[in-house]
Design a protein around this ligand. Sequence first.
Ligand SMILES: [Zn+2]
Length: 207
Amino acid sequence: MKQAILSAAFLLAVVHLSFAKAHFSNQAIGDKEKVFADSSLLQGEINPEMLTEVMNAIGLHQDIELKKANVLNIEASVSHGKRYVLYNPEFIAWISKLTKSKWAAMALLAHEVGHHLNGHTLKKGGSKPALELEADEFAGFILHRLGASLEESQEVMKYIARPEITNTHPARASRMLAIQSGWNRAIDNTATIAKGESLPLHINTGN
Ligand SMILES: [Zn+2]
């Protein structure tokens, strides 16, 4: 009983990605993979620097702990007030081998950070389609800020999203549109800042 209470307390909230029947298979190594610089992803290891990059892209101090765990794929969770992104190394190796780039793992990380920053991990009930779209839009925004093309930002969905909506997750097409929306919003923000129009708050200088 005590153990049950402890484990319930440990996982206060978990939001995870579901993905279309993924088979962890060893794909043939192609030319693109040979030049895939971050080989640690191919071993299922996410460099914590990647999470720092995601947080830095929106000017936030990195205070989320990245941990390998026995989870289905990758999850945002809160335990004792601390925020985590938990990931399954086999899943990361699988998706990195398929996409042959770092952007899939980066999009997944950004998606989970999106759950944290949108407050989804504080809600009960886990994944819901509307929340997933918010996290996807956030991921699109971040990936643009980090220099990914729209195609690179969306590619992960070709492998992890189901074609049809489920109780927990939106259909693939909706998720790709949400990423596109966030990616485009990052362009709009950049354009606004470049034109010097992003001053919604007035600072009283006393003059
Ligand atoms: Zn999610």
